[in-house]
Design a protein around this ligand. Structure first.
Ligand SMILES: CC(C)(COP(=O)(O)OP(=O)(O)OC[C@H]1O[C@@H](n2cnc3c(N)ncnc32)[C@H](O)[C@@H]1OP(=O)(O)O)[C@@H](O)C(=O)NCCC(=O)NCCS
Length: 225
């Protein structure tokens, strides 16, 4: 295990495409060791993610230390952070946590309305996701985008997924819904007395939709109460 204080975690760009093969080799070795997980991606795919600014890379100087990329599904309504890998010598020192946090922030920035989700058999990823606010869900809550599920075809457990009509498999599904965060913020604002009366007013007004002017809507509300 190596201390990772000097490791830089950043959004990958064109200048990092030279690491694509090493990233893929490391993913492949880890999949073979675990006997599960998704098979090797093509180098072109990893490079495309970097060119699009949809990947996070961790470097120790110029040495590859870790990686993760983001993918969107179902017309950008769902976003997954996939391909998380930490090079063996950097494991166990919190690097995956840092990479996933950056991927989370990048996903929120690029797709603020999307639900973030992940499928994993790994305890480390479950722990990290929980810390980021993800919750475990059944597969029914995930995207129904066929292209996403096609990605499972290379997993050794694909037959289980098919046998259960895609309702369950060995992976645990986890979701982060941005709506929860908005609700939490509103609750906190309300608790601190910071909630803007106008905001409350507009939500009340919505309840009496059909009333063209705020005054009429307000009158109707008072009549009801
Ligand atoms: C899984 C992996 C990404 C973890 O990377 P890492 O940098 O060692 O993880 P971190 O040090 O950030 O650990 C995060 C948390 O997971 C725990 N953890 C790390 N590896 C673990 C393991 N193999 N088993 C159980 N828990 C583990 C840590 O203790 C930590 O928990 P804490 O917050 O309670 O302290 C890395 O081992 C790896 O690349 N493995 C091969 C590829 C893989 O499995 N990818 C995930 C695909 S879903």
């Amino acid at each position: 295990m190596k201390e990772n204080d000097n490791i830089k975690v950043m959004v990958a760009g064109d200048e990092h495409t030279c690491y694509a093969t090493e990233i893929n080799d490391t993913i492949q070795r880890a999949s073979e060791e675990r006997g599960t997980g998704i098979a090797r991606r093509t180098d072109e795919y990893i490079i495309k993610k970097m060119n699009e600014g949809k990947a996070i890379i961790a470097l120790d100087g110029d040495k590859f230390a870790g990686f993760c990329y983001i993918e969107s599904w179902g017309h950008n309504k769902y976003v997954a952070n996939s391909g998380l890998i930490v090079a063996p010598m950097y494991r166990g020192a919190g690097l995956a946590k840092r990479i996933k946090k950056e991927a989370f922030l990048l996903s929120r920035k690029k797709f603020p309305e999307a639900k973030l989700f992940g499928l994993t058999t790994g305890l480390a990823v479950m722990k990290i996701n929980s810390e980021l606010g993800y919750k475990p869900v059944t597969f029914s809550e995930l995207t129904d985008d066929q292209d996403f599920w096609k990605g499972c075809q290379s997993c050794v457990n694909y037959d289980i997924l098919m046998r259960t009509q895609r309702t369950k498999c060995l992976c645990t599904a986890m979701i982060f819904d941005p709506v929860w965060e908005n609700k939490k913020t509103e609750q906190e604002e309300s608790k601190n007395g910071k909630i803007v009366p106008l905001k409350k007013w507009f939500s009340m007004k919505q309840q009496v939709a059909g009333y063209a002017s705020p005054l009429k809507a307000k009158l109707k509300l008072f009549k009801r109460n």
